[in-house]
Design a protein around this ligand. Structure first.
Ligand code: DC
Length: 227
């Protein structure tokens, strides 16, 4: 029962991966890592510092100046993204970053930078990590891989409800266009495209509530931990 495992959760944007990963980690007393937040923080740094996405020299130089950390926030019960000692958790979720992050995440040097840190975080196991390439590239030997999917219309609806809280002017059309754009870039990029690992368990949560999805994933996790 004390056998710690790595749980890799991959899937499309706004499928509820982070919510599931966070709940599983809390239940198992594991560390939860939202790798999308790392790519978002790098994208924010590039945007702020006007780093051209095709300028390899500038990119490599910029990455040397980026330190990423997670800091637990007792108010939200989750970790905030810290970029060079600044809490950027709110800013990395804004549309300006969402619109550019897939382009930044497609850059090889950015992926090398993020993946090395993610692999170091998993050395002790006891981790739930969510992203796009966790089961395929970051932890190809993860004991449990979950590939989360949901109907595109349902994803838009969920994201709309979430974003409306901070941005009352946001439209469903804008969200649908952003999700489609990100899915396309994430699945067609050359480096580590989003794809289901051959040994992943598929979790289509279109018709599931959070509790049903959590119970199913927890069962899968306990099966692996106990065997
Ligand atoms: O999960 P998210 O929407 O916060 O991810 C932001 C972007 O980062 C998304 O467009 C895909 C990319 N990403 C990635 O390429 N690899 C990961 N492991 C996690 C996210």
């Amino acid at each position: 029962m004390s056998n710690k495992i790595i749980i890799a959760i991959d899937g499309y944007s706004s499928c509820g991966k982070s919510t599931l990963a966070k709940a599983l980690a809390a239940q198992l007393a594991y560390v939860f890592i939202d790798t999308g937040a790392m790519y978002r923080a790098v994208a924010l740094y590039f945007l702020r510092n006007k780093i051209a996405f095709d300028d390899e020299v500038a990119i490599v130089g910029a990455l040397k100046n980026i330190t990423l950390n997670f800091s637990y926030n007792a108010a939200t019960l989750k970790s905030d993204m810290i970029l060079n000692n600044e809490n950027v958790e709110a800013e990395i979720r804004e549309m300006a970053v969402s619109q550019k992050v897939s382009e930044v995440a497609a850059i090889g040097a950015v992926r090398d930078f993020a993946v090395a840190q993610q692999q170091a975080m998993g050395q002790q196991k006891g981790i739930v990590m969510d992203g796009r390439d966790i089961g395929t590239v970051v932890f190809p030997n993860a004991e449990l891989k979950i590939f989360v999917t949901a109907d595109p219309a349902i994803r838009v609806e969920r994201r709309f409800l979430e974003l409306q809280l901070t941005n009352p002017n946001i439209s469903k059309e804008e969200i649908a266009a952003n999700l489609q754009h990100r899915d396309l870039l994430d699945t067609t990029r050359e480096r580590s495209p989003l794809k289901q690992a051959a040994d992943a368990q598929v979790l289509d949560n279109s018709k599931m509530n959070r509790e049903e999805q959590f119970n199913l994933a927890l069962q899968w996790a306990l099966d692996k931990i106990q065997h």
